[in-house]
Design a binder for this molecule. Structure first.
Ligand code: ZN
Ligand code: ZN
Length: 747
C-alpha cells in the first residue's frame, strides 16, 4: 500500500502533539498512525495527496499552545501495514536524536480550576497536571518523552488515571506525569530529621501555619528546593539571612496573583505578561512606594528593585493561596553550590530551615528559577533555566564538527551542536566548589546521554585557571582525537550577540564586563573591538589599573579606589581625607601602598570594577557581599536631571579614567558623581561609535545595569543587545559555539 509519511521536528513531545494529531485525523476521517521517535513525531496517512495537504494545513494552523514545528517533511513510502482506522502507536527508538527536550511548564488554567473545585477528584491535589502543563525537563531521563523514560515510571497509574491516559479525547491523554491521590506522588514533611505523621492536606495547612509563625521551610518545587518564609516578617527574613550567610543579596518573592504583585512593585503590561507566562520566571520589578508596608526591609536592602514570581506548581498555589501574603522563595543551596534537588542535599542545610515539605517525585535534572527584567520595552534575560532551558537554537549554517562549548567560570552554561541544531544547557552557576563542578559534569553528561552526542571539537575560554578550561584539557588528554579551540572571553560575548541577532558583518563590539582573561595576560573587561565572526581587533579599552591583591580587590571596592588614588598621588594618597582612604586602617593603607609599589598585582581594564571604584569614592559601598552589588546600589543614586558628564581622553587606545577620577574628587555630592559617571560611560561609547560608524553590538555583564541600558537605548537607539540570551557569562558558551560554526565555514 502506498502511504504518505510526515516527519515533524521541533517541540513536539510532551506538549500533547499526538492527541492533537489524533483529533484532526478523527475529524477528517483519515486512516493511519502517529508515533514518537527520538527524532520527532511520525505520521503515516493512507490518503490522497490532496487530503494529506489539507491535513498538513490544519496541523500548522491549529497547533497546540506549547508545540513548535521546526520542520515538517512529506514523503511517500510503501507500507505493509493496513490501516482500517487512525491510531496512536508505540514509540520507536532511533539512533539520531533531533527532537527538542520539552520544558517545564507552569500549571495551566484548567488544572488550576480543578485544583480549587471541591467536586473534582483532584481537588487540592498538589501534583495535578495535564497534557498542557507540569514538569517535563526536570523529570526526563531519556528520549522519547514517555512516562517510562521519566521519574514518573515508579508510580503505577490507578484505574481512573489509566482511563484518562488512554483516552485520546481526554485532555490527559498521554499526559506523562499524571497521577492522583490514589496513585501519584505524595507529600511528606519533616521537622529537621524527624518525619511528621500528618494527612496530605494537613501538611499544607501545617506549612502555612508555620510560615505565619515566622518559621523557615524547605519546599520542594520543580527543579529543586526553595527556602521560604514570610516576606513581611523582619525576624524571619533576618534569620534566613544570618543562617544562609547572605547579608544583603536580594531574595526573590512569590505572591498569589497580580493584584498582590502590585502591592509591592510597579508593573507594566510587558512585565505582567512575563510574570504570568507559562514559564513563570522571576521578574525584576521596581519597588512600589508602598512596598515597605508589605515587605520586610531585609528582603532587598538598599536597592530599588525586587524579584517577583507567581506560583507555578499546584503545591505553590495551595500554599500562597492559604497564606495570603508574599513569601520569600530563594533557592536552597550551600553558598556557591548548585540548588539542592534531593532530600539528602537539603538535609545538609537543616540548620537553616525549621521544617521541610517534601515529595516523592524525583528531580532528574535540577534547574533554578529563570530571571528577567524589562527595560525600555525590551526583555533582558538574566538567567535562563526552569521553563526556558535547555534552549534549542537552529544555527544559520551547518556545523562541520560536532562541538561541545564549555562556557566560562561564573554563571556558566554549556552548549552542544550537531548539524544545524544547537542545545544550550540551563544555567549551571559558578564553578567554585566541588559540588558545582559535579553539577557541571552531570549537565554535560545529561546532554550527551539524552542527545546521544559525542563531540569532535571542544571550545573553551583562554583563561588558564578557569575550571571549564581545565575540564577541556582533561578531556583532550583522555580523547586525543578531539580538537581544541580557545576563545578570548570578551570576543565570545560579542559573538554570542552577533549569533543570536543573526549579524554576519563587521561590527563595533563593546564588552563591559567583570573580568576575563586578555590576550596580554591582563584581566580585561572594558573593551572595544572591531570584529566579524572570524577575528577581532582590540581598538580601545580602559587604561589599566592595578587590582591590589588580585581576587581580593574584586570584593573590596575600596581597594580599587585606593589603587586609583595611589596612581594619581603616590604616597600622599595615604593621608587624604577621603572616605575610600578612611575605609582602611592606617597599617592596611601602608601595606597596600607597598604592594602597589611592587607592581606585582594583576592589571585590569574592567568596567565592572569602575562601578566598584565609584561606589567606594562616594562611600556608597566599601566591601561587597555579592556580585553586582555596586551597580545596583549606584542605580538608586542616579538623577536623570543631571545631564553633564566628565571629560575623558583616549590615548594610544587607552581610555584614561584616572582623569575622570580627578574630576570626581573635586565634587562631594554622591548623586552628582554617580549621575555624571553613568553619563560618562555613555559618552565614551558614543565617541567610539561616531569614530567607526559600524553596527554597535553590546555584550558583557555590566549591561545588566538597567540605568546604563536605559541611557544607551535613549542616546543610541540602534545599539544591539542580546534578546534571547543573557548578556552575562551565561552567554559565553553560545559565543564559543558560533565561533566553532564560523571557523568550519572558513575555506
Ligand atoms: Zn494542566
Ligand atoms: Zn490515579
Amino acid at each position: 500500500v502506498k502511504v504518505y509519511q510526515l516527519e515533524v521536528k521541533g517541540v513536539v513531545q510532551g506538549v500533547g502533539f499526538r492527541p492533537f494529531i489524533y483529533r484532526i485525523a478523527q475529524a477528517m476521517a483519515m486512516r493511519g498512525e502517529v508515533y514518537n521517535d527520538s527524532r520527532g513525531v511520525y505520521i503515516r496517512l493512507a490518503a490522497s495527496k490532496d487530503r494529506v495537504e489539507q491535513f498538513m494545513h490544519r496541523v500548522t494552523s491549529e497547533l497546540p499552545p506549547l508545540a513548535h514545528i521546526d520542520e515538517m517533511t512529506l514523503s511517500s513510502c510503501e507500507s505493509s501495514a493496513i490501516y482500517s482506522e487512525f491510531t496512536i502507536t508505540q514509540s520507536r527508538k532511533n539512533d539520531a536524536v533531533s527532537v527538542r527536550l520539552p520544558l517545564d511548564v507552569s500549571i495551566c488554567e484548567q488544572c488550576t480550576h480543578e485544583l480549587f473545585d471541591p467536586h473534582d477528584r483532584r481537588y487540592r491535589y498538589p501534583f495535578i497536571t495535564c497534557t498542557n502543563c507540569g514538569p517535563r525537563y526536570s523529570i526526563i531521563k531519556r528520549f522519547p518523552y514517555d512516562r517510562s523514560n521519566t521519574s514518573m515510571d515508579t508510580f503505577v497509574m490507578c484505574e481512573a488515571c489509566t482511563a484518562e491516559y488512554t483516552n485520546p479525547l481526554d485532555r490527559r491523554y498521554h499526559a506523562e506525569p499524571i497521577g492522583c491521590f490514589a496513585c501519584g506522588p505524595k507529600l511528606s514533611m519533616f521537622q529537621k530529621e524527624t518525619p511528621l505523621a500528618l494527612e496530605q492536606h494537613a501538611m499544607i495547612d501545617q506549612a502555612v501555619a508555620l510560615l505565619k509563625e515566622g518559621k523557615i521551610i524547605a519546599l520542594k518545587g520543580v527543579g529543586g528546593y526553595h527556602l521560604v518564609c514570610d516576606a513581611a516578617d523582619d525576624e524571619a527574613v533576618k534569620s534566613m539571612r544570618i543562617k544562609k550567610k547572605r547579608p544583603a543579596k536580594p531574595f526573590a518573592l512569590m505572591v498569589q496573583n497580580m493584584e498582590k504583585v502590585q502591592l509591592l512593585a510597579k508593573v507594566n503590561d510587558q512585565e505582567r505578561r512575563a510574570l504570568s507566562s507559562n514559564k513563570r520566571p522571576i521578574v525584576l520589578l521596581k519597588k512600589s512606594a508602598t512596598s515597605h508596608q508589605v515587605l520586610s526591609r531585609y528582603v532587598a536592602p538598599e536597592i530599588d528593585q525586587v524579584g517577583v514570581m507567581l506560583p507555578y506548581t499546584p503545591l505553590h498555589y495551595l500554599i500562597v493561596e492559604a497564606f495570603g501574603g508574599a513569601i520569600v522563595a530563594t533557592s536552597a543551596n550551600i553558598s556557591g553550590d548548585p540548588i539542592c534537588s534531593t532530600i539528602e542535599e537539603v538535609m545538609q542545610l537543616s540548620d537553616v530551615w525549621d521544617y521541610c515539605l517534601d515529595h516523592d517525585r524525583e528531580i532528574v535534572n535540577s534547574c533554578d528559577d529563570s530571571i528577567l527584567f524589562v527595560e525600555n520595552d525590551q526583555t533582558f534575560i538574566v538567567r535562563d533555566s526552569r521553563g526556558s532551558a535547555p534552549k534549542a537554537s537552529l544555527l544559520e549554517q551547518e556545523i562541520s564538527k560536532k562541538t561541545l562549548a564549555l562556557g566560562a567560570n561564573q554563571k556558566t552554561t554549556v552548549m552542544i551542536a550537531e548539524d544545524k541544531l544547537g542545545i544550550l544547557s540551563p544555567y549551571i552557576g559558578d564553578l567554585g566548589s566541588i559540588k558545582s563542578l559535579e553539577h557541571y559534569d552531570a549537565t554535560i553528561k545529561t546532554l550527551k546521554r539524552v542527545y546521544d552526542f559525542e563531540p569532535e571539537r571542544l571550545v573553551c575560554d583562554r583563561h588558564p585557571h578557569y575550571e571549564s578550561t581545565k575540564y577541556a584539557q582533561a578531556l583532550i588528554k583522555k580523547h586525543t582525537h578531539l580538537e581544541l579551540m580557545q576563545l578570548q572571553h570578551h570576543y565570545a560575548h560579542i559573538l554570542s550577540v552577533m549569533g543570536e541577532r543573526s549579524i554576519d558583518e563587521r561590527v563595533l563590539g563593546v564588552s563591559f564586563d567583570g573580568t576575563g582573561y586578555g590576550d596580554d595576560g591582563m584581566l580585561w573587561g572594558g573593551e572595544f573591538f572591531i570584529c566579524d565572526r572570524h577575528s577581532y581587533e582590540r581598538i580601545a579599552h580602559f587604561k589599566y589599573f592595578q587590582l591590589l591583591g588580585g581576587e581580593q580587590a574584586i570584593k573590596e571596592p575600596r581597594r580599587i579606589a585606593l589603587s586609583f588614588l595611589l596612581e594619581l598621588y603616590g604616597e600622599d594618597a595615604l593621608e587624604m581625607d577621603h572616605a575610600a582612604v578612611h575605609a582602611f586602617a592606617p597599617w592596611e593603607r601602608k601595606a597596600l601602598y607597598r604592594l602597589w609599589l611592587t607592581k606585582s598585582s594583576v592589571q585590569s581594564s574592567s568596567c565592572g570594577r569602575l562601578f566598584d571604584l565609584v561606589a567606594s569614592l562616594t562611600d556608597t559601598l566599601q566591601l561587597t557581599t555579592y556580585e553586582g552589588e555596586s551597580g545596583l546600589r549606584l542605580e538608586t543614586l542616579y538623577d536623570a536631571s543631571i545631564t553633564e558628564s566628565y571629560a575623558f581622553s583616549i590615548e594610544d587606545q587607552a581610555i584614561n579614567f584616572f582623569k575622570v577620577v580627578e574630576q570626581m574628587l573635586e565634587e562631594s555630592d554622591p548623586v552628582t558623581i554617580v549621575s555624571k559617571f553613568f553619563n560618562t560611560l555613555v559618552a565614551i561609547i558614543e565617541a567610539l561609535q561616531r569614530q567607526y560608524d559600524l553596527p554597535l553590538v553590546a555584550g558583557g555583564g555590566v549591561f545588566q545595569n538597567r540605568t546604563l541600558i536605559r541611557l544607551l537605548m535613549h542616546k543610541m537607539p540602534h545599539i544591539i543587545f542580546p534578546k534571547d540570551l543573557p548578556c552575562n557569562d551565561s552567554a559565553i558558551a553560545y559565543g564559543q559555539l558560533i565561533y566553532s560554526a564560523s571557523s568550519s565555514a572558513k575555506k
